[in-house]
Design a protein around this ligand. Structure first.
Ligand code: AMP
Ligand code: MN
Ligand code: MN
Ligand code: MN
Length: 280
């Protein structure tokens, strides 16, 4: 069994269509995949149909953008009903605010001497996707302002850089509430990437738990040393999820299905058949 419960398609900032994503997962021998686009569930029907065809277990998901203590954190919802009215309504609101942020980012980049970024990012995002920083990153690479998307983030789009806009996303409580209200499981995405000192990490996990959060995600970043996070999961009583956060095939980035080995005896969300419904 090879699972991957965190991935992106062209419906957010991934480069593969949902069908292409399933094809790649199949090629990589992934047996259970979740599509978790940022604040968007539009790609789920296409992915579910392709997964059925390919004989891959499919978990409908979403990755919700949250502001916690002035920090952006991501909550993945797994096994959601993508037709749930409250969830759909909430995600529409988040994408509207995403669109407003995109205009602000473009304005800041314009002031820094890089014109017409909104049109360029919209073109790369396409109809289905709300614009993310990933689209700006690709545009900056295309226009020769950065060698690759990582460099574009480092130079222009990361906190403190000239194209960064401090945006207010939704609260942890709301995000978890919408996910659980839609029958999903709430997973704290890539906890290692927030670079929190232990007391702050403890506070985040405590609030995540208090508000109904159920699992912590482990991914490629934890390959070298997953133990501290596994210990935290155990102490707080969280299950584990595991995902690559695949966006595009790129040097140094995890491919679909690339997740650290799961230790024996760990409580994985994917082991609970009831937890993850298999189709939207
Ligand atoms: P957004 O939700 O539009 O602010 O974009 C968040 C996304 O940007 C993440 O899901 C990643 O895909 C990408 N991202 C964030 N930071 C970096 C980074 N330092 N290097 C490359 N991609 C990044
Ligand atoms: Mn992304
Ligand atoms: Mn994320
Ligand atoms: Mn992601």
């Amino acid at each position: 069994m090879r699972i991957d419960l965190h991935s992106h398609s062209t419906y957010s900032d991934g480069v593969l269509t949902p069908a292409e994503l399933i094809e790649r997962a199949s090629h990589n021998r992934v047996t259970m995949l979740a599509l978790t686009d940022h604040d968007e569930v539009g790609g789920l029907p296409e992915a579910a149909a392709a997964a059925r065809e390919a004989g891959i277990g499919f978990v409908p998901g979403v990755e919700v953008s949250v502001t916690w203590a002035d920090l952006t954190v991501h909550v993945v919802g797994l096994g959601i009903d993508p037709r749930n009215a409250s969830l759909v309504h909430a995600l529409t609101g988040i994408r509207t605010s995403r669109g407003l942020r995109a205009a602000q980012i473009a304005q800041k980049l314009g002031a820094a001497g890089i014109p017409d970024c909104l049109a360029g990012a919209s073109r790369l995002a396409g109809d289905a996707a709300a614009i993310g920083r990933g689209h700006f990153a690709r545009l900056l690479v295309e226009q020769g302002y950065a060698a690759d998307t990582k460099a574009a983030f480092k130079k222009y789009l990361a906190p403190g850089k000239c194209g960064y806009v401090a945006h207010r996303w939704v609260s942890l409580r709301h995000a978890i509430g919408w996910i659980r209200g839609a029958g999903g499981h709430a997973v704290l995405a890539h906890p290692d990437r927030y670079r929190l000192a232990p007391p702050q990490m403890y506070k985040l996990l405590d609030e995540f738990k208090q508000n109904g959060g159920q699992a912590l995600e482990i991914g490629g970043g934890l390959r070298a040393n997953p133990q501290p996070l596994l210990r935290l999961a155990k102490n707080f009583g969280f299950s584990l999820s595991a995902g690559s956060d695949f966006h595009a095939a790129a040097k140094g980035a995890a491919d679909l299905g690339d997740i650290p080995p799961i230790p024996h005896g760990a409580r994985g969300l994917w082991q609970d058949r009831e937890a993850l419904r298999s189709a939207p």
